[in-house]
Design a protein around this ligand. Structure first.
Ligand code: SF4
Length: 723
């Protein structure tokens, strides 16, 4: 038996795993006791990785050959890799020649490795000359990026997992860590057990399992977070709980913020948020006066039409009380996906460039062009996730390349996304599994490797970079994601810039060598930047294990926490208070759509269930889709648990059983995001077939981060009459 150290491919905790294999067969998995993210622990998803990797359903659905569909709706037939890549290059080159580089778009994934992300980004922005590359990470963390940049000056979570045990107050907002980040949640439980004096505050519209362990639970109304944070600051100012010395020495903009929060009186905040003045005051007191306060937050803040404001308003509290840059303190955003952080680092989003550079900055564009050896990087902003599919639906983007993600299920306002996929003239889907709904729209399906087969790196929520290693060979003709992108780039170069040296000199026939070469180019791009990782060779990761950034060439260790010296990466070295007034949700409840629908994760499922849905035991926790609703709302509508209901928004409708759930407030309903067409069919407002909760959600997004409001849509719920 062989043992291979690698990383769990699910959530952003980034647990280390040891894969056991015999020949080409994965036979077991266990937690890596040496990995600093989990010290050997794994949750239900991580500990069943070997079973999902080898379940008969998984094996049946693996894509093993490139497949071409001559006509949409017809069966996809096997073709050679040569034929597939030639076709893809011909079609992309033709589209670019006819309509310009912005007529193509790439939609990638926070589940890709950093090396995959780097190559796709260079392919779009460096070779083709379009910034139309975005990622499903836009749906999970772009508001956190914008919040950090707006206030602290750089997209860098300043805290680390170890801070959980140093904190005296844990402020958990918009995060059900007990289900979504289970191994991190174990740390919270351990910290509580070791120190009963630790205060835990949870703010969430739902009384989740995480809220179940809170000393103070704030069941806020959906979308009222900014009001809550501004109200807490109002009380801190009134009570003298702010740190004037820290504010004076290390920040700017406090007077404007003070003026803004004057109106956020306790009575008004209590009314908007739906909580008591006493609880609001207690939250403000514990946050400000505890020796160290750590905020942990996730999609409840990010997936919002005011996502940036929510992030920035929370960070304001840390700056005003000096709860940052010391053990146990800081604003710590949790990433949903295993490598959303890596995607940020390589600039794999429409508005970013390598190593936390900004597309809007001419100097940054020039630096990246020089690194890549191209004349320039275009200045025109690329389309972000929602914009990209809207542009394809409008006929503006004509060729789409989708890698390792399933937008036909996971994007909000599914009807528009499916129209986009239908209208696009050429769609390439690069995937490991043929089950993704997006595959149905592909003209070309390219088989990719997956967990256990891939090699490269990922970065977890605490800026820790870990290796992902190959335990078993790729099945069939599957290839690594970065290698597919490189081989396509080589074909495209022959058409777009014939006779010039390749921009992609990575050996695709030797996976470790090629991926390491990509990594080395990426780390060189970070030289002198806030996330400088020039010291992090694969050799060092091999000998010293996972490391946190920054880790410059002359460093001997990474940094556990940032801003301990009170100096921030802004022009004047000071953090900036952001002034954001509270805004209601984009689609408020109204008489025709009287319920707030919120979406989220289940404990034992992952995303579209491509892997976790293949294992019976992972349905033991929640067996089938349902709409959760407060019993009083059900009674008023004469509904009993198990009754089928139509849930309808302005965009579509689904039929699903309703279940009583006292964790929700009145006029709120909840549905898990995971269930796809096998479980939950729906229909759009114009009659198209849809599936899952995103038949209902809105694509309204935060104007700064462009992250859509997956956490709130107005819906109506009516009992379904059986024929
Ligand atoms: Fe994997 Fe996240 Fe579970 Fe760790 S907590 S084992 S990374 S799913």
């Amino acid at each position: 038996m062989q043992e291979t150290q690698s990383t769990c491919p699910y959530c952003g905790v980034g647990c280390g795993v040891i894969i056991e294999s015999t020949g080409a067969q994965i036979t077991g998995v266990r937690g890596d006791p040496t990995h600093p993210a989990n010290f050997g622990r794994l949750c239900t998803k991580g500990s069943t990785l070997h079973l999902t990797a080898t379940s008969p359903v998984t094996l049946q659905t693996r894509l093993l050959h490139p497949l071409r569909r001559a006509q949409r709706g017809e069966a996809a037939l096997p073709v050679t890799w040569d034929a597939a890549l030639t076709l893809a290059a011909d079609r992309f080159a033709h589209t670019i020649a006819q309509h310009g580089p912005d007529a193509v778009g790439f939609y990638v994934s926070g589940q890709l490795l950093t090396e995959d992300y780097y190559v796709f980004n260079k392919l779009a922005k460096g070779l083709i000359g379009t910034n139309n590359i975005d990622t499903n990470s836009r749906l999970c963390m772009s508001s956190a990026v914008a919040g950090y940049k707006q206030t602290l000056g750089a997209d860098a979570p300043p805290a680390c997992y170890d801070d959980v045990k140093h904190a005296q107050c844990l402020f958990i907002v918009g995060s059900n860590a007990a289900w979504a980040h289970p191994i991190l949640f174990r740390r919270i439980e351990d910290a509580r057990a070791a120190n009963p004096g630790v205060k835990v505050i949870v703010a969430d519209p739902r009384r989740t399992d995480t809220a179940g362990m809170a000393d103070l639970f704030l069941p806020i109304q959906p979308g009222s977070d900014v009001m809550l944070f501004n109200g807490m600051l109002h009380i801190m100012l009134w009570e003298g709980w702010i740190d004037a010395a820290y504010i004076g020495a290390h920040t700017t903009g406090f007077d404007e913020l003070k003026a803004l929060v004057r109106d956020a009186t306790p009575e008004r905040v209590a009314q908007v948020c739906g909580i008591s003045v006493a609880d609001l005051t207690t939250a403000a007191k514990w946050f400000a006066t505890s020796k160290a306060t750590l905020s942990l937050y996730c999609q409840g803040l990010n997936q919002s039409s005011s996502g940036t404001a929510k992030n920035a308003a929370l960070i304001n509290l840390h700056l005003a009380t000096a709860q940052i840059g010391k053990p146990g303190a800081g604003p710590f955003s949790l990433t949903g996906q295993p490598n959303a952080m890596g995607g940020r680092e390589v600039g794999g989003l429409a508005n970013l460039l390598s190593a936390h550079r900004d597309l809007a900055n001419p100097q940054h564009r020039a630096e990246v062009a020089a690194l890549w050896g191209v004349a320039d990087v275009p200045s025109k902003p690329g389309k972000t996730a929602v914009e990209m599919f809207q542009a394809a639906a409008d006929g503006e983007i004509k060729a789409l390349w989708i890698a390792c993600t399933n937008p036909a299920q996971s994007m909000p306002d599914q009807a528009t996304v499916r129209r986009a996929l239908q209208r696009a003239e050429f769609v390439v889907v690069q995937e490991a599994f043929a089950t993704a709904a997006t595959c149905d729209y592909a003209d070309l399906l390219l088989p990719a490797t997956t967990w256990g087969e891939k090699t490269g790196t990922v970065t977890n929520s605490e800026r820790r970079i870990s290796r992902v290693r190959t335990a078993v060979p790729a099945p069939g003709l599957a290839r690594h994601d970065w290698a597919i992108a490189v081989q396509f780039a080589h074909q495209l170069e022959a058409r777009l810039r014939p006779g010039t040296p390749t921009l992609f000199p990575y050996a695709t026939d030797a996976a470790d060598v090629g991926a390491e070469a990509v990594w080395n180019e990426h780390r060189e791009s970070t030289r002198g930047r806030d996330l400088d990782i020039t010291g992090l060779s694969w050799e060092l990761l091999e000998s010293q294990g996972p490391q946190q950034w920054p880790f410059a060439a002359d460093a001997t260790t990474g940094k556990a926490r940032l801003y301990e010296d009170g100096i921030f990466p802004t022009a004047d070295g000071r953090a900036r208070f952001a002034t954001h007034a509270w805004q209601p949700t984009a689609e408020p409840r109204e008489s025709r759509y009287p319920f707030s629908l919120t979406t989220g994760r289940l404990r034992d499922q992952w995303h579209g269930m491509t892997r976790t849905g293949t294992l019976g035991r992972l349905f033991g926790h929640v067996a089938e889709p349902s709409l959760q609703m407060h019993p009083q709302d059900m009674e008023r509508r004469k509904l009993a648990s198990g009754d089928l209901v139509h849930v309808t928004s302005k965009r579509g409708s689904i039929v699903v059983p309703v279940q009583a759930d006292t964790t929700l407030g009145l006029s709120q309903v909840f549905m898990a995001m995971h269930w796809g067409s096998e479980y939950l069919s729906g229909i759009s407002s114009t009659g198209e077939r849809l599936a899952g909760v995103n038949a209902l959600t809105t694509s309204a997004f935060c104007p700064t981060s462009k992250q859509p409001e997956l956490k709130h849509a107005a819906v109506k719920v009516l009992k379904a009459e059986l024929p």
